[in-house]
Design a binder for this molecule. Structure first.
Ligand SMILES: NC(=O)C1=CN([C@@H]2O[C@H](COP(=O)(O)OP(=O)(O)OC[C@H]3O[C@@H](n4cnc5c(N)ncnc54)[C@H](O)[C@@H]3O)[C@@H](O)[C@H]2O)C=CC1
Ligand SMILES: O=C(O)C(=O)CO
Length: 313
């Protein structure tokens, strides 16, 4: 079996050795421009079009991350990039859910215990106990409740917060109420105090966190964007912070990355920023997962993790 690998920043030798260890007998190589030797599987992130196009014998392409928007947008521009019927897989969890839980839980607790307010008071040398927030006024809403959103919802429910989620179809996570589809979006937003976004980037979700949506949240809401920058209309968030509708935001992803130094989000005192690292690919877990999926394909089984080209995620 031949496996080709391309990633703009990952250490190729580490992955080649790791995949060979996972799949003894496999020949794994780093793809290079001009390499059109046969391949059964491709492991990719931001793949050059020529790496995949014309490869009709591929049995699977593996995105080395959870979101496949960059691959699908390339596929839209170059429809022949992936031969008909070649399945595209993505990483499901492989250590990312725990990272998302750490990120979301720590920030929700930070807001709930009013640490930003106390920091502002500290800067004025003011000793002033504030009124506690009550859990019943701190409903958390997950936009997107798949592999990552579902795990984040569960971990926040375990902290005793009222938690709800919104997705394409109804979910059953312990302690989490579920809303589904466009027709239930308003009901989901009504009373949501902390909005956490873990939707995929699709034509239906671009710009979803906009003025209209923010206005439907509870007053003094908090917003956490952990999915993709294109989900958020940055100027609408700034306006909602200005009006007081939104009290604080934590952003990990941006329409333009790296976020340009002149972007006003940097300077806003009530916006916290991290550089797109809420959850990163854990190579060992990812390789185990990919190898397991390859074994399932080789055994004629139907593995999970296949991207729906129709739904776009
Ligand atoms: N900031 C970071 O470091 C990272 C960000 N991500 C982002 O997180 C996203 C989510 O990842 P997973 O949970 O693994 O995806 P997933 O595919 O398991 O879950 C997606 C969820 O969104 C819902 N959804 C999709 N389209 C919808 C629509 N039109 N209306 C309502 N609900 C809709 C689905 O029903 C599902 O609940 C990824 O697509 C990626 O963009 C992923 C990993 C790291
Ligand atoms: O896996 C993804 O989709 C990411 O955004 C990685 O940071």
């Amino acid at each position: 079996m031949d496996i080709i690998f391309h990633h703009p920043t990952f250490n190729p030798q580490f992955w080649i050795d790791g995949m060979q260890q996972q799949l003894p007998g496999a020949r794994v190589r780093q793809w290079y421009p001009g390499d059109s030797q046969p391949a059964d599987y491709a492991l990719v992130w931001h793949p050059p079009v020529e790496m995949l196009s014309g490869r009709e014998t591929l049995k699977g392409v593996f995105a080395l991350g959870a979101g496949v928007d960059s691959i699908l947008s390339k596929l839209q521009a170059y429809p022949d990039m992936l031969a008909q019927g070649v399945p595209l897989f993505r990483l499901e969890d492989t250590g990312m859910a725990l990272q998302m839980q750490e990120y979301a839980v720590s920030q929700v607790l930070h807001w709930f215990r009013r640490f930003d307010d106390y920091q502002a008071l500290k800067l004025q040398a003011k000793w002033l106990p504030l009124e506690d927030y009550r859990r019943e006024d701190f409903t958390i809403g997950l936009l997107g409740a798949g592999v990552l959103g579902g795990k984040v919802a569960e971990s926040l429910a375990a902290w005793g917060f009222p938690v709800r989620c919104w997705s394409r179809s109804k979910k059953e996570y312990p302690g989490v109420s579920s809303f589904a589809g466009a027709e239930q979006l308003d009901e989901f937003l009504n009373g949501t105090r902390v909005l956490i976004n873990l939707l995929p980037n699709t034509p239906q979700t671009v710009g979803i966190i906009n003025r209209q949506l923010l206005n439907k949240l509870a007053d003094e809401a908090f917003v956490m964007n952990l999915a993709r920058g294109v989900h958020l209309v940055e100027n609408d968030l700034l306006a909602a912070l200005e009006s007081g509708k939104v009290k604080g935001a934590m952003l990990d992803v941006f329409a333009q990355e790296p976020l340009p130094a002149e972007n006003p989000l940097w300077k806003h005192p009530r916006i916290a920023i991290t550089p797109h690292l809420a959850a990163v690919t854990r190579p060992v877990e990812a390789m185990e997962y990919i190898a397991k999926t390859i074994r399932q394909i080789e055994n004629g089984e139907s593995p999970g993790g296949q991207v729906s080209l129709h739904h776009g995620y």
